[in-house]
Design a protein around this ligand. Sequence first.
Ligand code: FBP
Length: 553
Amino acid sequence: MKQLSALDQQRKAYKPKLPPALAQGANRVTLKTGAATEPVKDKKAIQAAFPNTYGLPLIDFAAGGASPNPATPLKVGVVLSGGQAPGGHNVIAGIFDSIRAIHPDSQVFGFSGGPGGLEAGQYDIITPGLMDAYRNTGGFDIIGSGRTKLETPEQFDRCIEVIRKLGLDAVVIIGGDDSNTNAAVLAEYFLAKGLKTSVVGVPKTIDGDLKNAQIPTSFGFDTAVKTYSELIGNIARDARSARKYWHFIKLMGRSASHITLEAGLQTHANVTLISEEIEAKKMTLDQVVELVIRPIKARAALGKNYGVALIPEGLVEFIPAIKALIAEVNHLLAEKEAEFGQLEATADKIATLAGWLNAGNAATFKALPASIQSQLLLDRDPHGNVQVSLIETEKLLSEIVAAKLKGDADYKAKGGKFSPQHHFFGYEGRAAAPSNFDADYCYGLGSVAAVLIQAGKTGYMASIRNLSKGPANWLAGGIPITMLFNMEPRHGKLKPVIQKALVELDSPAFLELVKNRDAWEVEDAYLFPGPIQYFGPAEVCDAITKTLELEQG
Ligand code: FBP
């Protein structure tokens, strides 16, 4: 028999808390329909693209009501899409338990390896035993995840074939902004083709950039950032003990800096760079380096040749000159794919690309260290984005810092010594065992999705609000996905997509960082959050993120 760790054994027994609207069971919920909705921008273009699902109303749930159990069992397909986020298994558990409460013979079909599994008709039927083995665990390994983008009518038609064959009442897409964009497109396509199968989305991503008034946070952010903050706290303690290293820590978050901001607030690191601020201030790479050198010198003057700097993964794409360079590189690599593909040696690729770039971008490219030049050439993801997790921004910054400090007589005279260590925290947190918050939130989101399915709703995303007030006060419902849309360029064309929620520079969380960062730069004001606790006092085990606390009060 498969062995379980002591924690996994205890967590199997954890019963996630549900929002009050769902407490009487998924078949005892009343749906209250609110006002019609509008997208965030570009109303006309989005209405034209979504004639069947544009403007759907908000839905709020209330406890009670006697929805009759359906005569036939429900059949629901689930897809885990994109990067892992703690709590995904509990979303499936919420769907599983709720549809079986609605009809005991209902079934969940777990499509393997992400959206590609739906297209290829590869699935596992989730049995009670399989489900129990994964309750309250991290990762997406129950069925696996993937990043295949469903975007062509041919792909949609293959999905329809699979859905018809299995007789699915609904497909739940558990994913980030791109995957939920796809969910809305699928919902619209199905309606246009006369298919009754619902498509419901669930907001997932550790990056925290799928949020709005109705979605206070995406699931997984809480656990991932608590995991990174534990490690950062440990490193700060080590730095303060050894007194000889500056730690450059890159943190995941493909575009938005929510993770870095939250980790900065949880640990009071000496430097917390926020990409959105750097872009808004149109900073050059040299100016960004200055943000790190200033505290290094100030601390050296106090005899502290150590510290911790947090760097968001997406930083390079927010430095305007590098952003322009990446955009041209993306374009050139797509346009001259065949020609470029024939080059073998990295040095040839770098030289050839430098020759193709316009003068401004060529100058930026040539000023970068060779290691970063070659990382900019690595394969793009399926959405055509540069894979920022592969770019060693932490090393780029520390190399430039070291070069500048080498010639700084004043720094040396004050006893300055610079010895960097580099870290990248990303995968360490994406599959961590979900915190109580994520375990509850995800189970609740799965249950909400099941209620929306039973009510025949399509093109909706499951939503739980009022998250800072504890599960006993959580509010549940559904939000039309088109309400999150705007038009953005994709592969040279304007497309309707969910607007990414970046860090806002007037947000309470960012302002809290600004209020404190001068002090945190020079003082050793470190906090040591320690590991996520699952058992014990509520103020430790059920703590929410600082971002949520500051945003929601
Ligand atoms: P999602 O947007 O799919 O949730 O994934 C986010 C993320 O974890 C980013 O933080 C990171 O840049 C990226 O995935 C890494 O992708 P991969 O798993 O393909 O290496």
